[in-house]
Design a protein around this ligand. Sequence first.
Ligand SMILES: Cc1cc2nc3c(=O)[nH]c(=O)nc-3n(C[C@H](O)[C@H](O)[C@H](O)COP(=O)(O)O)c2cc1C
Length: 391
Amino acid sequence: MKNKINLLKEIDAMKEKNNYPLVIDNIDVGEINLKNRIVFPAYHSNYSNADGTVSDKLIDFYKAIAQGGCGLIITGTAAVSSDAVAFERLMRIDDDRYISGLTCLFSEIEKSGAIPAVQLIHYGRQALKAMTGHDLIAPSAIPCPLMSQFDPNYHVREMTLADIERVRNDFIDAAVRAADAGVKVVEIHAAHGYLLNEFLSPYSNHRKDDYGGSLENRIRLIVEILEGIRSKLGSKIAISVRVSGDEFVDGGLQPSDYKEIIPILEHAGMDMLDVSVGVYESAEKIIPAPDLGREPFVDIAAELKQYATVPVCTVGSILSLSAAESILLSGKADLVAIGRAQVADYELVNKSLAGRENEIIQCTQCGKCIFVNTGDPEMYCVVNPSLKPPK
Ligand SMILES: Cc1cc2nc3c(=O)[nH]c(=O)nc-3n(C[C@H](O)[C@H](O)[C@H](O)COP(=O)(O)O)c2cc1C
């Protein structure tokens, strides 16, 4: 007991000395304890092997970020179904054969000091048949305004009840595989206009059955997935849900809609709310360019936090630990995700905590890492010497 008291005193003294006392304050997400409040968000890199298995390059990338000091790393995104493989080298989790590689990935992240998470995805209408090799499916047969421009034969069909049941089971099975591989947190991707976001939003869901119309119906598939994961895994893993707090499209979800949405998600088993924004039609918001300014979406997270009892994570052009500390101090979020700035300098967290901020290689938000826009085969970073552009 005495030792424990001494240890707590030491931690308090350390926090007093540190410039980022709120950043280094640990936090529970479900039953999983995070050592600090900095998250590395899902960041598809195209670093997996061509068959969707985990590659050495993918492991090295996440290991470096974990060693850099953040508390939670959300790997992926990972495809839950064979018709959700929208990139040639997307991480996959739709079969047991992916478990061994994922086990290695999650264990390396944990050994390097961070809690491993994985984001689970189905792309729905925001893909191309040429990419997935399968018919595109969505709650309603409404083409994606962006993707349909890239293929004159673009076609999406409305999901049958059998499709919905299959996708629900795919998400649940994927979470079970992730848990078997040692993950501590699974994140359900219900943001950015992908399949589960399409169900949730009246903008993309015009169904007339039990999965469309009222909020209770539009949210049903996500609730069934959350409840299914909980019933299979109990509280062994924590569940995060990533949402688009504002879709930034006419008729789409807005922050106030979450007053009703969040309590339903919490009741179904959500342990953490990860607040992003946008859908493909408002894609410029998803990975905000510098002209949107610093931390443009923190107030959206703050509004959603009013409706939540679980920890809330904010994201978007947060480039330093001092920005993260201010956000935490304002009470607008409980966790802060830093994507591009941690890719620019894996050591952003450690260097800041050690008072070596002037040594940090700054992210210039040049946009080159968004390889889907540049046409490059995989993610690279112009300022991180270990992430050189592909030849
Ligand atoms: C190359 C790249 C890949 C991304 N992949 C994903 C993804 O797979 N899933 C997701 O939810 N967000 C993805 N994002 C969005 C990030 O998680 C994050 O929300 C966004 O980059 C804004 O944060 P930042 O300004 O700190 O980079 C990606 C962003 C980039 C730059």
